[in-house]
Design a protein around this ligand. Structure first.
Ligand SMILES: [Zn+2]
Length: 391
């Protein structure tokens, strides 16, 4: 197989996906509304395998390889052909071939094959290891926008010497700059990692915020916002400016208490905050709760990014479950890829395949028309992101 040829994303399931829907899913250019950069430097095999394990923060143990996972199988199935290997190439052969390519070459190949029209990039995590939005655009030829992390903004302000007394005003002014910038499309909170969701979500006073900023600043750099007051403050301030707010929900590494990131714990916040666009990210295994919230609140939207990659072939079931309760206008596509560009590609391939199989099933049983299915693909893949982020 020549280098750079992905093959048909409906290979093996041609009979299950109606032809017009399949054609549409092959060609639609997606908006990846939550994604990170690619690795800037070469990684060794241990680093690569650690980067395809979301939950653990330890090296992959010697008795196993992370290729023996649904994600590993999907990498061998879908990424091997792009490197000129046969589908399902053995893990060692994949690794050997991959190692011959420089990070930029690899990223160029995989990013361009993802069929994306815009990356909306979260720049808040391990920014020194991965490409910036501009670099992502250079490597892929695809425009990028960015998302501002609220906790990172608070930490940056206090680490660069903002007096805690001036912190509320400084935070507001930085958010206003973000709101005025055409590159910044919204904000994000990682409350899931810092406090979990079962906190007091009432709006704090400036006096409370100053107290908590003072306590945090006194700890010395590097600062780590873990105060419910500062987190709630950031969310309400972003909402006041009408900035969309992404919320990490569910699936992540073991630093978070997964059981305390059920989005239903956000009900007090969703009921009391200004009705700006809220984007619940990832959501697995709480994607059904997220779908319910998207039905219950006009301003709530969700995605099942990240989990699509990690569920591999089983992402078909996940995508089908995500189509259960939420109006189709309330769901978005994302890969949540971080590091290996395989993840930027696979999110797109697996989503197309899963949507084809899930919606194709509905068409085949007469539950909707092929045109309905195509319209749903357009909404989730492109139109909803255009609306939510006012693109
Ligand atoms: Zn992410």
């Amino acid at each position: 197989m020549p280098v750079g040829e992905l093959g048909d994303v409906f290979g093996g399931v041609e009979a299950d996906v109606p032809p017009q829907l399949a054609d549409h899913l092959r060609s639609i250019e997606l908006i990846d509304h939550h994604v990170h950069g690619t690795f800037e430097k070469p990684v060794d095999r241990a680093g690569f395998e650690a980067a395809i394990n979301e939950g653990s923060t330890d090296p992959v143990p010697s008795f196993m390889t992370q290729f023996d996972s649904p994600l590993g199988l999907s990498i061998r199935r879908w990424c091997a052909p792009l490197l000129g290997l046969a589908p399902h190439a053995e893990a060692d052969d994949y690794w050997h071939r991959r190692s011959e390519l420089a990070p930029d070459e690899l990223a160029g190949l995989m990013l361009r094959a993802a069929g994306v029209s815009r990356w909306i990039v979260d720049t808040g995590f391990k920014g020194d290891l991965i490409t910036t939005p501009d670099e992502l655009t250079r490597l892929s030829g695809i425009p990028s926008s960015s998302i501002l992390r609220l906790e990172r903004l608070a930490e940056d302000l206090l680490e660069t010497g903002t007096d805690p007394h001036d912190f509320p005003a400084a935070f507001r002014s930085a958010l206003q700059d973000a709101a005025d910038s055409p590159e910044t499309l919204g904000t994000k909170t990682i409350a899931a990692y810092r406090t979990s969701f079962n906190i007091d979500w009432s709006r704090p006073t400036d006096a409370q915020v100053i107290d908590h900023a003072r306590e945090l600043a006194a700890r010395g750099a590097p600062l780590r916002v873990d105060s419910p007051v500062l987190i709630a403050f950031g969310v309400y301030e972003a909402a006041d400016l009408g900035l969309p707010i992404q919320v990490h929900v569910g699936f992540g590494d073991r630093d978070l208490d997964l059981h305390r990131t059920d989005p239903l714990l956000l009900l007090p916040l969703l009921r009391s905050m200004p009705a700006v666009q809220v984007l619940l990210l990832h959501c697995y295994p709480f994607h059904r709760q997220a779908g319910y919230l998207a039905q219950a609140f006009d301003h709530v939207n969700f995605d099942v990014g990240l989990a699509i990659n990690y569920l591999g072939v089983r992402s078909t079931a996940l995508v089908a479950e995500a189509l259960e309760t939420a109006p189709f206008a309330k769901q978005l596509y994302s890969s949540d890829a971080f590091g290996p560009p395989e993840l930027h590609l696979l999110g797109s391939v697996l989503w197309r395949r899963a949507m084809g199989l899930a919606l194709g099933g509905w068409v085949n049983t007469g539950d909707c028309t092929e045109q309905d299915a195509i319209r749903i693909v357009d909404m989730i893949g492109v139109h909803n992101a255009n609306r939510v982020y006012a693109l």
